[in-house]
Design a protein around this ligand. Structure first.
Ligand SMILES: *[C@@H]1O[C@H](CO)[C@@H](O)[C@H](O)[C@H]1NC(C)=O
Ligand SMILES: *[C@@H]1O[C@H](CO)[C@@H](O)[C@H](O)[C@H]1NC(C)=O
Ligand SMILES: *[C@@H]1O[C@H](CO)[C@@H](O)[C@H](O)[C@H]1NC(C)=O
Ligand SMILES: *[C@@H]1O[C@H](CO)[C@@H](O)[C@H](O)[C@H]1NC(C)=O
Ligand SMILES: *[C@@H]1O[C@H](CO)[C@@H](O)[C@H](O)[C@H]1NC(C)=O
Ligand SMILES: *[C@@H]1O[C@H](CO)[C@@H](O)[C@H](O)[C@H]1NC(C)=O
Length: 592
């Protein structure tokens, strides 16, 4: 089914890493007066960008401005960036190319856009303007249009002072209708102060009506990456500047009301790099909801890596994160298979490329979206009209690549635009209220740890994982540390015989997928990596031995014996050293 998935990619921009368009407007004549070529009385604020609100990819004028060192001078002024026969200076009211920042331009009326070829319908311009801009501010949602009985609800922050600090996360809680159940099926951003709005996330609060969920944010107040109320951590809407709304897959909606979310928390991220103290904001969202419930309740989850340590001047640094089998298995016990309908992948300005993939049995089986050339100010949203199904044994991997060339200090994880992130926001149904933030820290898999601590690993391939970890694993760790090479370099004879017997006797150490689950669930144990190196140090010898036995004795395979052979990745020709005491000679596998 995955092969037939229709893969729609929406590209949307968010404000440039730091300075917004208001800063650049002051660097060109009449920068805040440039008319939108297709909208009467409408100003094109981000003059150098394709998106009228700034951010994202540049139009030809923006490309020329950048190439000219972001300076207005006769070179840029005399250029005709949009090739419509009028120089940039003529279009912006500085025909003699004498304007300097701060000065009044020669002309302040009859201006036109230096990056859009006009008149739009001339033959030259039809060829020249190769991007959508006349309707780029319009939100299209056929599934919304096809639904009857849709109501709207406007939720906006109180007019709130934006603190004079670079990065601000603010939350406000809102009441929503609770007389019956509804589905939120679409939403549109209401952006009040474009100079500061960076992104926003909307969370649903579970709990009875009239309770105090989210009450710490009854007026707009500082908050962290998620609201500090456990009842209000389910994300439903994520917005970035340039993105015109969220249109939900026609098979799902976010359930609000009697049995759904009873309040919503809007979180706004304000960026104020110039530390101005005269900014206010009252941004929010327009919600479309309906009592005509769709087949499924949808949700949004985050997969991500929170341990980032990107050294300076590295052309390529890779961070990975995954939703492990333990996690998928746990979630799908409640929900059945998950249907992924969309995602957007998020890093900051060092981001180079990013991908999200579905794995089964250690093999990649489908791409859930890939951005080859990532631009922080130009994130990509992937939408699957035909959902991609995630089964209980599947895993989802996120790979983030960074380029830190030009940075002279280490970059770590953080909210600020100069820190980094590695996150996938995934929209799916049916919703699970158990796992929302599937975050890894290095190889620590917090999802698996939480599932283990709840005693919910269950029985896999005949192995009772909870029981195994609680009652048997410690003595195995102890034994391995004594008889195996915990650097993983060599296979000691005693380790070999111990592992062979253990595999024969214990169903929990035979199958790769069971071992993977134990590995994920114990990832927070101290020194566990050395144990696993020792545990696997004889894998090749066991595999080679089984192969030899089969080859020389024409030995008949039985299910039991086959299950003893765990697949070993790659063949490095590593040396197997038997214990001297056993008088065995060293053997090398893989190089005959
Ligand atoms: C544009 O502004 C003018 C002058 O204020 C007004 O007369 C006109 O109706 C406006 N047009 C639109 C489409 O809003
Ligand atoms: C505007 O430019 C024209 C042509 O270069 C020049 O003749 C005129 O004096 C200028 N006017 C102002 C107010 O600078
Ligand atoms: C803030 O906004 C809420 C909802 O819009 C409103 O009920 C409340 O009165 C406002 N509070 C202040 C202090 O303005
Ligand atoms: C922002 O909100 C304030 C107060 O509600 C309002 O006066 C102002 O016009 C708004 N600005 C925009 C661009 O919506
Ligand atoms: C890394 O970034 C630098 C500076 O932005 C750029 O010049 C270089 O080509 C990039 N290298 C790679 C491998 O992407
Ligand atoms: C590198 O470090 C110096 C001094 O510590 C600083 O002034 C400069 O801005 C840094 N350069 C970059 C690209 O971060």
């Amino acid at each position: 089914m995955e092969q037939h998935t229709i893969f729609v990619v929406f590209v949307f921009g968010i404000i440039n890493s730091g300075k917004g368009y208001q800063y650049f407007q002051g660097l060109i004549p009449n920068g805040d007066q440039v008319p939108h070529p297709c909208k009467e009385n409408y100003t094109w604020n981000g003059v150098g960008h394709r998106n009228p609100e700034g951010g994202g990819s540049r139009n030809q004028f923006g490309i020329d401005f950048l190439a000219n060192g972001k300076k207005w001078n006769p070179t840029l002024c005399m250029k005709d960036s949009d090739k419509d026969g009028m120089s940039n200076g003529q279009e912006l009211g500085d025909p003699s190319c004498v304007w300097r920042p701060g000065a009044q331009a020669n002309r302040t009326s009859d201006l036109s856009h230096p990056g859009v070829c006009e008149p739009l319908d001339s033959e030259i311009c039809l060829a020249q303007n190769q991007w959508e801009f006349c309707d780029s501010n319009e939100f299209k949602c056929p599934a919304l249009d096809a639904t009857k009985d849709v109501h709207t609800l406007t939720l906006r922050f109180n007019h709130t002072k934006v603190p004079a600090q670079k990065t601000n996360y603010y939350c406000q809680t809102f009441d929503i209708p609770t007389d019956q159940d509804y589905h939120i099926i679409a939403s549109k951003p209401i952006i009040n102060n474009t100079a500061v709005m960076h992104h926003s996330v909307i969370f649903g609060c579970l709990g009875g009506y009239g309770d105090d969920a989210g009450s710490m944010y009854n007026t707009a107040s500082p908050c962290g990456m998620r609201p500090s109320d456990d009842r209000c951590t389910q994300m439903i809407i994520a917005w970035s500047l340039g993105f015109h709304g969220q249109c939900e897959n026609e098979r799902m909606g976010y359930r609000i009301g009697k049995t759904g979310y009873t309040k919503l928390v809007i979180q706004n991220h304000w960026n104020n790099p110039e530390l101005r103290d005269d900014y206010y904001d009252s941004s929010g969202v327009l919600i479309y909801y309906t009592p005509n419930l769709r087949p499924y309740d949808g949700g949004m989850m985050i997969i991500g890596q929170t341990s980032l340590n990107i050294p300076p001047n590295m052309p390529l640094y890779t961070a990975t994160s995954k939703m492990s089998k333990v996690c998928t298995n746990y979630i799908t016990q409640d929900t059945g298979p998950l249907a992924i309908v969309g995602n957007y992948l998020h890093m900051h300005s060092l981001g180079k490329s990013i991908k999200l993939e579905q794995y089964t049995d250690g093999k990649m089986i489908s791409s859930l979206g890939e951005v080859d050339v990532y631009h922080y100010d130009h994130p990509v949203r992937h939408i699957f009209e035909t959902p991609v199904e995630i089964q209980s044994q599947d895993e989802v991997y996120l790979t983030c690549n960074y380029n830190s060339t030009g940075r002279n200090s280490t970059t770590i994880w953080g909210h600020g635009t100069s820190a980094e992130m590695c996150l996938a926001f995934i929209q799916y149904y049916p919703v699970s209220h158990h796992m929302l933030f599937i975050l890894n820290q290095d190889s620590k898999d917090y999802c698996a740890v939480a599932v283990r601590d709840a005693g919910k690993l269950g029985v896999v391939e005949g192995c009772n994982l909870d029981d195994f970890i609680q009652t048997q694993l410690n003595s195995i760790i102890h034994k391995i540390e004594n008889v195996c090479d915990v650097t993983g370099q060599s296979c000691y004879h005693n380790c070999y015989t111990y592992m062979k017997d253990l595999m024969k006797d214990n169903v929990c150490v035979r199958e790769n997928n069971v071992i993977d689950m134990v590995e994920s669930a114990t990832s927070d144990y101290q020194n566990i990596n050395a144990f696993w190196l020792g545990f696997k140090s004889c894998d090749k010898r066991i595999a080679a031995n089984a192969a030899t036995t089969m080859a020389t004795t024409h030995w008949v395979k039985t299910t039991d014996d086959i299950s003893m052979v765990r697949t070993v990745e790659g063949d490095t020709g590593e040396t197997i050293i038997d214990d001297i005491a056993d008088n065995n000679v060293a053997t090398t596998v893989g190089q005959h």
